[in-house]
Design a binder for this molecule. Sequence first.
Ligand SMILES: Nc1ncnc2c1ncn2[C@@H]1O[C@H](COP(=O)(O)OP(=O)(O)O)[C@@H](O)[C@H]1O
Ligand SMILES: [Mg+2]
Length: 358
Amino acid sequence: MYIESIELKNYRNISDIKIKPHKKTSVLFGNNAQGKTNILESVYYCATGRSHRTNNDKELVSFDKNEAFIKLMIRDDYGRIDRIDINIRSNGRKGIGINGIAVRRIGELLGTLNVVMFCPENLQLIKAGPGERRRFIDMEMCQIDKLYYYNLKQYYKVLKQRNNLLKSIKKTDDTLDIWDMQLAEYGAGIMDQRTDFIEKISDIAADIHSKITAGSERLSLEYKPNVSRDAFYKKLVQSREKDIYYGNTSIGVHKDDIVFYVNGINAREYGSQGQQRTACLSTKMAEIELIRQEKNHYPVLLLDDVLSELDKKRQEYLINNIADVQTIVTSTGIDDNIKSICRDGSIFYVENGKVIKK
Ligand SMILES: Nc1ncnc2c1ncn2[C@@H]1O[C@H](COP(=O)(O)OP(=O)(O)O)[C@@H](O)[C@H]1O
Ligand SMILES: [Mg+2]
């Protein structure tokens, strides 16, 4: 799968551009604050129905405009073209079209385009809070499995309703039961899917990690559910009183985590910074391979200012292993590495929301 063209109108600082990324590598190069990440963000939006850096869609519309437009043409491995149209209004509403047909739900968009976004913050995944690690699982899994997206969406909807009720009642009440049952049901689905996903990504990441470290380190990822699947409902009932007191649901998949082990030792607690960062790189690269296995095509890789964060060995590993993946990379300069990945690619110069092909 690869992107044939990206058209943006009134998107952040970009008033009107059309670019045709190279089938292999495209470099967006330019000074800071010119619009490079904005372009990657718009591509990410087409894959996931959301920005990777804000929950507030209004921010995506140019300051003085009412509506932003994204149009992407994608070609799959059989030569078939798909077109994604997104329009985002300054009141926060949005419209999504696939091949000219309006779709009402993000769930219908998911899977049309697959992307893996890699930015410097991802190298902090192990050190970050559990919310970041859940986000990593969720964004990857939603692209692979619509049922997961559906379960997650329903889970959070029910969670919100339960939390609202907790805040409005004074003592334990049977009205909680309907929410507890639903949370347990959607939660069990999510836990099953997360178990399966983390097992798969752990195997792939272990392989990659072993290659990067020339066999000297063994990486594994372990799913740490906040509550056991089968005890979830019972535990919810038991925690009702406490939850009413705090006005919040204290247990559930919204508190899950993943633990990273290097050579069997918890990398968050005992790993060196180098080990942690390599483990993050391996995991990120495993996302690409997992999408290939699950979807039978490679995702598009978006590398935002990340190459300069990696040392030479890791840069080389990354560059040598993305030959079959369409990659769009941002950079503030053109150094030897950028040149080497661009032997087969295009360079675009980005300045003040405008793009010139070099
Ligand atoms: N809604 C918006 N309307 C107009 N400009 C915006 C909007 N949101 C962000 N910007 C501008 O976009 C620029 C940042 O673009 P970005 O893609 O993050 O830069 P970089 O090239 O460093 O990756 C900044 O100049 C910022 O002011
Ligand atoms: Mg940027």
